[in-house]
Design a protein around this ligand. Structure first.
Ligand code: ZN
Length: 196
């Protein structure tokens, strides 16, 4: 990370904040959505030891094309052009690699994530893993309102299937995913046992 990279990373935070400004997470506190993309480079930097600027920048932007514009719209094209102009083609490619095609039905999309995971580049896999670490932590401890235990348990299992399929070579991120998954699953299964 040189000075230019730092400047770009700061710009990426600004762009993500602009794009996600009106969004909230679905948890009961309705946390600001931006907490999630801000958390990803922190996971990558601190746990994965990632110092690749393109990966860190793409992590900040990873949900912008999926969640802040209609895919195929003028806004989508304009945002993609802006990402290329400000951060380069490789950052756009990384963001696109972890963006779901929302025209595909939801269950099929989830299956596609598992199938696509092994084909991702090693850099895209890092972002995918950090995203799943963040989401599994949230679904375990601060879930979307209205999600029952069954849905939360299913989410954790699916996230694990994606991470297992990805076979990322990041020892740190794999270990962290494994621990948040195991802790989360134990917690949810315990809650389920109490209910029964
Ligand atoms: Zn995400």
């Amino acid at each position: 990370m040189n000075e230019t990279d730092c400047g770009k990373l700061i710009k990426a935070y600004e762009l993500a904040a602009r794009q996600h400004k009106d969004q909230r997470r679905k948890d009961t506190d309705a946390s600001p959505y931006i907490n999630h993309p801000i958390g990803l480079p922190a996971i990558l930097w601190e746990i994965g030891g990632v110092r690749d600027a393109d990966v860190l920048i793409a992590a900040v932007l990873h949900d912008t094309l999926e969640d802040t514009v209609d895919q195929g719209s003028d806004a989508d094209r304009a945002l993609q052009a802006e990402i290329v102009k400000e951060f380069g083609k490789e950052v756009l490619e990384l963001v696109l690699a972890v963006t779901d095609d929302k025209s595909v039905e939801k269950q099929k999309r989830k299956l596609l994530q598992i199938q696509k995971a092994p084909t991702l580049s090693s850099k895209a896999k890092l972002i995918k893993l950090a995203d799943k670490i963040s989401n599994v932590t949230d679904v375990s401890n601060n879930p979307p309102s209205g999600w029952d235990l069954d849905r939360r348990i299913k989410y954790l299992s699916w996230a694990k299937a994606v991470v297992d399929a990805a076979q990322s070579d990041s020892i740190g991120l794999n270990a962290r995913f494994q621990s948040v998954y195991t802790e989360g699953m134990e917690k949810l299964l315990k809650e389920q046992a109490v209910k029964i």
